[in-house]
Ligand binder design. Structure first.
Ligand SMILES: [Zn+2]
Length: 294
């Protein structure tokens, strides 16, 4: 266990970060594929990677994260169909997320927990962008990862600040339940005011999961960041919706109109991004904020 990478010699730090980044790239590639299969109803366990347009089975050289896409000029090697830039972007994002999490948490069990959570966040961001769906499977996986972490770290006596596993479990569950209930009430009120669905069920579940990980205090902060990002992303989405004629090359049901004709807008990626910021800086911001009153 190395909680602080700075304890390591320079070359070890560098190689650890490069390794984390490359692992993140490959994980990003796998998660892209996983998200695509979830939204297209394909088995996530069986079948080899194939082009979304022509169905040609991809070879190893087509599957190198980012590089394959760049070398092929963003097109399928077999049918020449364009491959969305979101694939290399998601791979890079995953690489950066992995490296940053390793910097923040060092080589610890908590680091593994956060890498797993970040991976789940990437999958649900992609499915939310594609079809405005946050799969229940992702929510359940996130809960299982958190429970596994608390149980294992508690058993090994590695929980921060000498917390007991039971205390942390209760606090996490109470935070999730509290945030969940408040958001459901808020959603009911906002639905009435706006006359349409305001906060999706998947978003409420995701924010409850965030509270399960970070506690209710940090989740308030996270919610504010997610709202700001959501507005920014929403404006960009609305601007892009006009030129949405050019489909993403892989079909899908994106751009579905809501009951009022407004496009259904995915909030999941903004929440996921806020979760990532919370992983990196949540504790620091909290300490700083509490320090103001002491
Ligand atoms: Zn193809």
């Amino acid at each position: 266990m190395v909680a602080d990478l700075a304890q390591l010699p320079q070359p070890a730090i560098l190689s650890t970060l490069v390794l984390a980044f490359v692992l993140g790239l490959f994980m990003g590639s796998f998660l892209n594929c996983l998200a695509w299969r979830i939204t297209h109803g394909e088995s996530v366990l069986r079948g080899r990677s194939h082009c979304a347009s022509c169905g040609h089975v991809l070879e190893v050289r087509d599957l190198v994260p980012v590089l394959s896409w760049l070398l092929l000029g963003g097109r399928c090697r077999f049918c020449g169909e364009r491959i969305s830039a979101r694939y290399p972007i998601a791979e890079l994002a995953c690489g950066v997320a992995f490296a940053s999490i390793v910097v923040r948490y060092g080589l610890t069990i908590e680091c593994v927990e956060m890498l797993a959570f970040a991976s789940i966040l990437l999958v649900l961001s992609l499915t939310d962008i594609d079809q405005c769906i946050i799969p229940n499977g992702c929510i359940i996986a996130a809960v299982v990862v958190r429970l596994g972490y608390i149980a294992l770290a508690g058993w090994l006596g590695l929980l921060p600040e000498g917390q007991s596993a039971v205390d942390l479990m209760l606090f996490s569950a109470a935070s999730a339940a509290g945030v969940g209930v408040v958001l459901v009430l808020l959603a009911v009120v906002m639905d009435r005011v706006l006359g349409r669905e305001s906060i999706g069920g998947g978003d409420v579940k995701l924010l409850a999961v965030a509270a399960f990980y970070f506690g209710w205090q940090q989740t308030i902060l996270l919610l504010i960041v997610a709202c700001v990002l959501g507005i920014a992303f929403g404006l960009a989405f609305a601007a892009g919706a006009g030129s949405a004629g050019e489909a993403e090359g892989e079909g899908g049901a994106d751009g579905e109109a809501g009951a009022t004709g407004l496009p259904a807008f995915p909030w999941g990626p903004s929440i996921a991004f806020a979760c990532w910021l919370c992983m990196l800086f949540g504790q620091q911001v909290m300490s700083w904020y509490l320090g103001l009153f002491l």
